[in-house]
Design a protein around this ligand. Structure first.
Ligand code: BGC
Ligand code: BGC
Length: 649
């Protein structure tokens, strides 16, 4: 399916003089790559000498990335492993509340093991982690708003500071590689990873991609620098019907120009690693299925490494290779030949090494391709200084205060929440007044932080697991005085008229990746997916006190029913651990709402994107403030069909 709407809006952007969306290859006016990424002849000679002295088995070991749950440090030395990762919810000793010292100690054990081989030149290990909104697997680490909220802040300098702070957190645990940022341009609200996308505006994703990579990587060799990952290449946010890991059906021009925009920003900032997308690409102009990205040589070796000159390493996604037809999770010559250098084979890493060696010996993979992959891996390790100075030499290693970024996160929360409605100036809340708080999300760090928080899905977390952080309820008690705040999760049996205002905190429950998909043709309406929220709001609405609703969500979902039951409505997305930032803007004073939607907000339950046939309630860029008040009034309530089948293809 073509996207004529986007073409129209892109040309309007051009007419309006906004940053144009460029298609590949990169135009010459781009900022030159930073010095750290420039080819260095002495370094290349050093790498070539190491590679020349390695056996095939050792080289394939370098290309292998198991999960720390499935490999021991001893096996890292035995198999010459190049990298490990901790997937979502993998902690030292499988202890969710492991301390920063526990993390650093485990990182040390793995790092030492990698150096304890019989290689003439020991090769340091890379440990990668999903620090996608702060160092989110680590108890005690400040968790930032998810990308969807950061997009609403429209503040690249803030993004760079968050990148710096996240890198500090990661280095405190002895880790030097973050699997971030996600550069997806989220086209469809059904997609469970919508919250990992900054915006549906490629120009914003590009600016942010550059800022986040600069923030994370610094100059690559500093004590507070980590490697960044541009992910997921390419078209992850553009899949048909928003199906996670699905098929991006579009022209090459849209795939590269729209969904590739973030990569131009990340490459300009010298990003050293790129992760491949689970999704596939169907070229609608040529009517041709190019299959899964993990097997796409044209786009990986051709466009990324060739046309765009990327000389860092390309990593596969978690068991991503098994989705290439003819491949398995422990074997995929097509993916090696497509240009993937490092293989995230979390469990079946041993068989992967054996099978890949066999594929080279049988001539299915040229040894020169293996040499190129190892060269790239060693280049990234050398550029990041690991050959000269071990990871744990950072002054941050093991320091609990390295995890703390509360003030910055609180600022980010203030800037990332969007005021959709404020009729009769119900907000700001007045100090000293009595406030009733309802909604299960009010006292839930789990709903406040969303997926990719301590665990992969963000589920099975209680507030105490976070070790730090404040729910909105706690923050309101602090700001208004505990005696002025009464909490009732479902709002039942409370005399609402005894209060000056109600704050209803509604929210999605956490999810990650495909678990968060709302599959076509199910209507996407918050109150349908979360009926208890509607019930709580009904229990307090129209009962004699104005209602301020705060919604936690990883997507803009149709919510006119909830908005009409509320006098004020705040889209807070997934703000993270610092609920105080929300209280700051709800109480006004020195803090106004500056957040503006970075995705269009739907006006019907079958509208899930920004095509001409989608009903948009609030356009991208919308957002009220105390400085510029406006009355919204009642919104239309189109009937929600039982299924969207008859509405969209
Ligand atoms: C996700 C990636 C993530 C990886 C490692 C995959 O399931 O798609 O974004 O980096 O897991 O946790
Ligand atoms: C009423 C509004 C009121 C809101 C919250 C709605 O049902 O129409 O006037 O402000 O409930 O109490």
């Amino acid at each position: 399916m073509k996207r004529p709407a986007l073409k129209v809006s892109l040309s309007l952007l051009l007419l309006a003089g906004c940053a144009p969306i460029q298609t590949f290859p990169r135009p010459p006016l781009e900022v030159a790559a930073p010095a750290a990424a420039a080819p260095d002849a002495a370094m290349e000679r050093r790498i070539a000498a190491i590679v020349a002295g390695m056996t095939l088995e050792q080289k394939v070991g370098q290309m292998t990335q198991p999960d720390v749950r499935y490999i021991t440090p001893e096996q890292v030395s035995q198999y010459y492993i190049g990298s490990v990762l901790n997937g979502g919810g993998a902690w030292p000793d499988m202890n969710k509340r492991a301390s920063v010292a526990d993390w650093a100690a485990l990182a040390d054990r793995f790092a030492d093991a990698a150096l304890a081989t019989d290689l003439p030149t020991p090769i340091p290990l890379l440990w990668g982690t999903d620090a996608v909104h702060g160092h989110n697997n680590v108890s005690g680490a400040t968790i930032f708003p998810h990308n969807i909220g950061l997009g609403a802040a429209n503040d690249p300098a803030l993004i760079e500071r968050i990148g710096r702070a996240t890198a500090r957190q990661v280095r405190a645990t002895g880790i030097t590689w973050a699997f971030a940022p996600t550069l997806a341009v989220g086209d469809n609200r059904r997609w469970g990873r919508t919250y990992e996308s900054w915006s549906s505006d490629p120009a914003l994703v590009r600016r942010y991609g550059e800022a986040m990579v600069r923030g994370l990587q610094g100059d690559l060799t500093g004590d507070a620098d980590v490697l960044a990952t541009a992910k997921h290449y390419l078209g992850d946010g553009g899949t048909f019907n928003g199906v996670d890991q699905g098929q991006a059906r579009m022209t090459r021009e849209d795939l590269l120009g729209r969904h590739g925009a973030g990569y131009l920003g990340a490459l300009d900032a010298g990003v050293q690693t790129v992760m491949i997308s689970y999704s596939g690409w169907y070229d609608t102009a040529a009517d041709q299925d190019h299959g899964k990205m993990h097997g796409n040589r044209d786009l990986i070796a051709g466009v990324l490494k060739g046309e765009l000159g990327f000389d860092g390493l390309v990593v596969s996604d978690w068991n991503g290779i098994e989705q290439v037809p003819g491949c398995a999770r422990d074997r995929c010559s097509q993916a090696v030949n497509a240009g993937i250098d490092m293989f995230m084979v979390p469990e079946d890493w041993r068989a992967f090494i054996t099978n890949t060696v066999e594929d080279v010996r049988a001539g299915r993979i040229a040894e020169s391709r293996i040499d190129d992959a190892v060269t790239r891996i060693l280049r990234v390790k050398m550029r990041s200084g690991l050959f000269d100075r071990p990871a744990d030499a950072s002054v941050l290693t093991g320091r609990a205060d390295g995890l703390d970024a509360r003030a910055l996160a609180r600022e980010a929360v203030r800037k990332s929440v969007v005021l959709l409605k404020n009729d009769d100036a119900v907000l700001p809340l007045q100090r000293g007044r009595r406030v009733l708080v309802v909604g299960a999300s009010a006292d839930s760090l789990s709903n406040q932080t969303g997926g990719w928080s301590l665990t992969w899905q963000g589920t099975e977390n209680v507030n105490a697991d976070f070790a730090t952080g404040q729910t909105l309820l706690t923050a309101l008690r602090e700001a208004l005085g505990a005696d002025n705040v009464v909490y009732s999760a479902d709002g039942s049996g409370v005399d609402v008229s005894r209060f000056d205002a109600v704050v209803a905190v509604l929210g999605e429950t956490p999810y990650a990746e495909y678990n968060g998909d709302v599959r076509f043709p199910v209507p996407v309406q918050h109150s349908l997916q979360h009926p208890a929220d509607l019930a709580a709001l009904r229990a307090v609405s129209g009962k004699g006190a104005p209602v301020v609703t705060v919604l936690y969500s990883g997507r803009p979902a149709y919510a006119n029913d909830l908005i009409n039951l509320s006098d004020a409505f705040v889209a807070a997305f997934l703000p993270g651990t610092e609920g105080g930032g929300l209280a700051d803007v709800l109480l006004g004073g020195q803090h106004d709402f500056t957040g503006r939607l970075s995705f269009a907000w739907p006006g019907s339950a079958c509208s899930t994107g920004e095509d001409p046939d989608d009903v948009v309630q609030f356009a991208r860029g919308y957002g009220l403030s105390y400085a510029r008040p406006a009355r919204l009034g009642p919104l239309p309530l189109p009937a929600t069909p039982a299924t969207c089948e008859t509405i969209a293809p």
